[in-house]
Design a protein around this ligand. Structure first.
Ligand SMILES: Cc1cn([C@H]2C[C@H](O)[C@@H](COP(=O)(O)OP(=O)(O)O[C@H]3O[C@H](CO)[C@@H](O)[C@H](O)[C@H]3O)O2)c(=O)[nH]c1=O
Length: 350
């Protein structure tokens, strides 16, 4: 019997992790702790919201007193920490918000866990979900391994790198049972349409310009979000304390090629003439400090814990496009802010 606090469970990746744990582990109690920012919304979890092993708590990980009280009261056995500000472009305009949530919020959680788990750190688990962006950028052929030195470039990746360092410091200094995973770009259902894939699908569908930063030559390694959730499940249950795993799709795409592929898929699905959607591609000013290429070597995860991606990119992208086309109301509600207002009225901070 385990009680797990999952932070950021109303977000994109978080909601997939919450769903997986609620469904696969009926003996666990899953507490979803989320602030419900613009990117987190409980409609992502409608299908499991009445499950007997699931509870939602609205709250901000930056609020020290609230977090300490919550941990004292709930006495969780484990934390899976996904709450984060995650959009690189927003971090460029508002770095401090990223420092607060991603760094201060993480340290608050580590401290709260350290306080209630005294004397039993080896039996408890603090799982920190992080990003491959901490490693910086790659040339044409190399890949990120768990040994790659940290070299973050954006305020977002700098804040995630900092939080990773704090998590390791709590293992090295106090022996807290920490684990970290660094994952590549995710795609799939419930992805807020500020990120490349859902934004492109939404804009193509609506006949709006699809912005391509710079020349579109930047490369990202895409992973289906449900495969990421499965990797988190495996690592949570099997990894040794103090360990780190990289997670990736072995699936590199230049942004421009990916956008062209989405245009052609949507041409077919929307009954448009071949090439019509591609006319929406619009080159815009590049992102400042834009990392050229990310690619993950996930051999350690495969060899030690037996995880591999379960579906091809073609299958995953097809499923994803279909999901956005059939969940138009969700798209409208997240982009208009309707869900944010609705759910924030239902819940108040405890
Ligand atoms: C939103 C947008 C993005 N881009 C480019 C920038 C990037 O090279 C690529 C993907 O952009 P984004 O979807 O913002 O994702 P990226 O910056 O790679 O970061 C994502 O992937 C990271 C993992 O690598 C996560 O840690 C981040 O939280 C997540 O946001 O597409 C465009 O060309 N046009 C766009 O409109």
């Amino acid at each position: 019997m385990k009680k797990i606090i999952i932070t950021g469970g109303a977000g994109f990746i978080g909601s997939h992790v919450v769903r997986r744990f609620v469904k696969n582990y009926p003996d666990y109690t899953i507490i979803n702790l989320d602030k419900l920012t613009y990117a987190g919304n409980l409609a992502n979890l409608k299908d499991i919201e009445h499950s007997p092993n699931y509870r939602f708590v609205k709250g901000d990980i930056v609020d020290l007193e609230f977090i300490n009280n919550l941990f004292e009261q709930e006495q969780p056995d484990a934390v899976i920490h996904l709450a984060a500000e995650s959009h690189v472009d927003r971090s460029i305009t508002n770095p401090l918000e990223f420092v607060m949530t991603n760094v201060v919020g993480t340290v608050n959680l580590l401290n709260a866990a350290k306080n209630i788990w005294k004397g039993q750190y080896d039996k408890k688990r603090f799982y920190h979900v992080s990003t491959d962006e901490v490693y910086g950028t790659l040339g044409d052929t190399d890949m990120f391994t768990e040994q790659t030195a940290y070299d973050p470039h954006s305020p977002y990746s700098a804040s995630k790198a900092s939080s990773d360092h704090f998590v390791r410091a709590y293992y090295d200094t106090y022996g807290l049972g920490t684990v970290i995973s660094n994952c590549s770009n995710n795609y799939g259902s419930y992805h807020f349409p500020e990120k490349l894939i859902p934004l492109a699908i939404n804009n193509i569908k609506q006949g709006k310009a699809v912005p391509v930063y710079g020349k579109g030559e930047n490369v990202r390694d895409w992973l289906w979000v449900e495969d990421h959730a499965r990797a988190i499940d495996v690592i949570f249950h099997k990894a040794a304390a103090g360990s780190t795993y990289n997670i990736g799709g072995h699936n590199e795409w230049k942004n421009i090629d990916l956008i062209k592929l989405l245009c052609s898929i949507l041409d077919k699905k929307l009954g448009r003439e071949a090439g019509e959607s591609a006319k929406l591609i619009t080159y815009v000013t590049d992102r400042a400090g834009h990392d050229l290429r990310y690619a993950i070597d996930a051999a350690k995860l495969k060899n030690e814990l037996g995880w591999e991606p379960s579906i091809t990119f073609e299958e995953g992208l097809e499923k994803t496009v279909d999901w956005y086309l059939t969940n138009e109301q969700w798209l409208n509600d997240v982009t208009s802010g309707h869900y944010q207002d609705y759910y924030n009225e239902q819940y108040t901070n405890r």
